[in-house]
Design a protein around this ligand. Sequence first.
Ligand SMILES: NC(=O)c1ccc[n+]([C@@H]2O[C@H](COP(=O)([O-])OP(=O)(O)OC[C@H]3O[C@@H](n4cnc5c(N)ncnc54)[C@H](OP(=O)(O)O)[C@@H]3O)[C@@H](O)[C@H]2O)c1
Length: 283
Amino acid sequence: MKVLILGAQGNLGGQLMLTFGSEAIGWDRADLNITNRNEVLTKISDLKPEIIINAIAYNTVDKCEADESEYNLANKLNGEAVGYLADAAIKIRATLVHYSTDYVFSGEDKSGYVEDAKPGPINHYGQSKLLGEKVLYTKSVQGLKYYLIRTSKLFGPKGKSGFSKLSFFDLMLNLAREKTELKVVDEEFSCFTYTVDLAERTQELLNQKYPFGVYHLVNSGPATWYGALTQLFKIAGINVKLIAVGSEEFPRPAQRPKSSVLLNTKIPPLRDLSEALAAYLNL
Ligand SMILES: NC(=O)c1ccc[n+]([C@@H]2O[C@H](COP(=O)([O-])OP(=O)(O)OC[C@H]3O[C@@H](n4cnc5c(N)ncnc54)[C@H](OP(=O)(O)O)[C@@H]3O)[C@@H](O)[C@H]2O)c1
């Protein structure tokens, strides 16, 4: 099976490349300008993959909140370009896999969000990702076969892309080498997701031919930033003192959902966060 992975040098894209191995053809921005509809249609039709996995995203949440031109770019990459990929997939009858985020939800529902819960983003990034979701629903009427996978708070090996960010856990592991105590926000209750687990479950969705539609893939056991870091340091045997603080200690331009737990009601859950953290630390 020929699988085209877009954003192959990103954090998730890099992991997808490893998971799909010899089946995978990886493209990054040098190979395809996904904001150019003609180029997308022509190059993807020429390649004729059976599966297109889109791991490209505009992800800089605070930058696109504060700067209008960055917000436009976010809408292009996370919204319009998804429509071009969908058109290409329809043309060659390929299946499109696309990722979205818990940030499409408002975060007001403490009981969590099932796959068909009503979105209501509270920041520009979430709005741009919701645009991409809506494009898929519209294109499915025209025959698009798609998996829309919502996920949250990714961690795992850093991708090769200059745009890929170090994960929260890696940033904190670095800080722990220099500090004796760290202040950590004890808010934003949601699920963390190990990119290795996410990539493997994505492959399983495809291989086992689950019905097309929306899926929530996150590691089990939601936590705040503080709660998750407490687990990580315990597993790693790190004795840095963690101080729980409110989000007002670290003001940022974009509002975050207070509680955005993605509930998975469709497929077997990913393993518990503590197990995924141990795997990531190689323990
Ligand atoms: N990170 C999280 O915590 C998180 C949470 C929820 C959902 N998600 C979703 O998960 C997916 C993967 O995220 P990630 O964290 O792995 O992303 P990432 O590491 O930031 O990688 C983003 C990819 O997008 C590509 N890209 C950015 N701007 C581009 C442009 N103008 N043209 C072409 N390619 C461009 C980059 O390509 P180059 O390699 O060419 O630079 C890079 O490969 C995204 O859909 C994201 O919204 C992520």
